[in-house]
Ligand binder design. Sequence first.
Ligand code: FCB
Length: 468
Amino acid sequence: MSANHTSKLQHLQQLANSIKFPRNMVLGAATASYQIEGAVNEGGRSPSVWDHFTRIPGNIADGTNGDIACDHYHRLEEDVALMKELGLTAYRFSICWSRILPNGRGPINEEGVAFYERLTDLLFKAGITPYATLYHWDLPLTLQEEGNGWLRRGLVDDYINYVDITTQRLGSKIKHWTTFNELFTFTWWGYGLKEDAPGFGGGAKAALAASHHALLAHGRAVPIIRRNVPDAQIGIVLDLNPVTPASDTIADLEAARRFEGCQNRWYLDAIFNGQYPADMLETYKTVLPYIEETDLHEIAQPLDYLGINIYRRSIIKDGTEFAPVNFERHLPEGKYTQMGWEVHPECLYDILQYVNTNYAPKQLFITENGAAFSDTLETDGSIQDCDRSTYVLSHLKQAARAIEDGIPLKGYFCWTLMDNFEWAEGYLPRFGLIHVDFETQERTIKQSGRLYSMVADQLQSEMREASE
Ligand code: FCB
């Protein structure tokens, strides 16, 4: 290791040591079924919208798909052992709907249920708490083909049926349930644009119809999960950004308000206040879906927690994206990740503060935060990923700051456990705490993973001392 690197590492170790969390802080890592499982034709699973979308030339930057991904389906033991080695106390993963119900509805696929039971049992043995997400974008293809998936209001009933079955079958083991991951992303990028599955490209009208139906599905799922799992902790995960206008011109101020309304308030106001924001109803007036009078009431179910996925801030000016939202991003000078996302650790604190002040959820979790940077394997086989290490530790520092300021942040999940299939970007961006060689499936814990486990170990040893 070079002298330069040794001093960088010392600095990072000091940073890791300086991060202090309350003893009950949950430190985990997150993944999603399609991004890691592979085995798409095994165990009775049927195709999802992502299997179909990845087959269409031009959709995925490197022409790849999730057919094998991290082959996690066949490597549960090894992967849970790695989580344990990292010192994680929790693991956030998603359940693939078409493994449980290959036809989207109808007969249950016992092999699918057994797979998630096996994962959960292994997690418990390793002292890791499972946090399950019921929907991380892999809609069964058969349901997409009926009325374009989330554009059909009736899909709400199919989702509820899937949630009912899944929580009945897995609820005795899994107590932390998330209804959806990132409504904004899959509805706007998948139904509004053609960037993500299903690649519908129907503009704001389609994005809002899909959003409304998914919000309703969320609201109707909550009481079903409560009935099936009386001691459950139930929440939803949203991707939120602190938004600032690029200038103080009226045009930029208004664009920032609309963007913030589109990405943040549309979902938060519906979920926490039972209403869509009045200014956005005005902006969207020509593209609104059919909304029944009781829908918003049903959407606004009391939740045990809100999960926030946060990667960056948004500096917004007037523009033409997502008409009629009409915004453009301003990208200031600074450091950027492989995704083209600006590194700005305060965004994590700012978004927690914003949500806590305006909506006061009972508990908050950072359910995703992390960074894609390219990695080089050193001659000794190690990966000295200083940029990712700095990113993760400096964001953790902001999480600790939020807790000190009284924000009810209960946990942090790093995105992601291991390098995986990054949707439309394929395997190019590497986000993992663990490096995956996709030729051999060999896993190597990166320096960022070692530093993250330093923080986790500190916490665990304090817990042990407290209980002695
Ligand atoms: C989030 C997704 C997650 C991952 C990260 C980088 O939007 O929830 O699956 O792709 O971005």
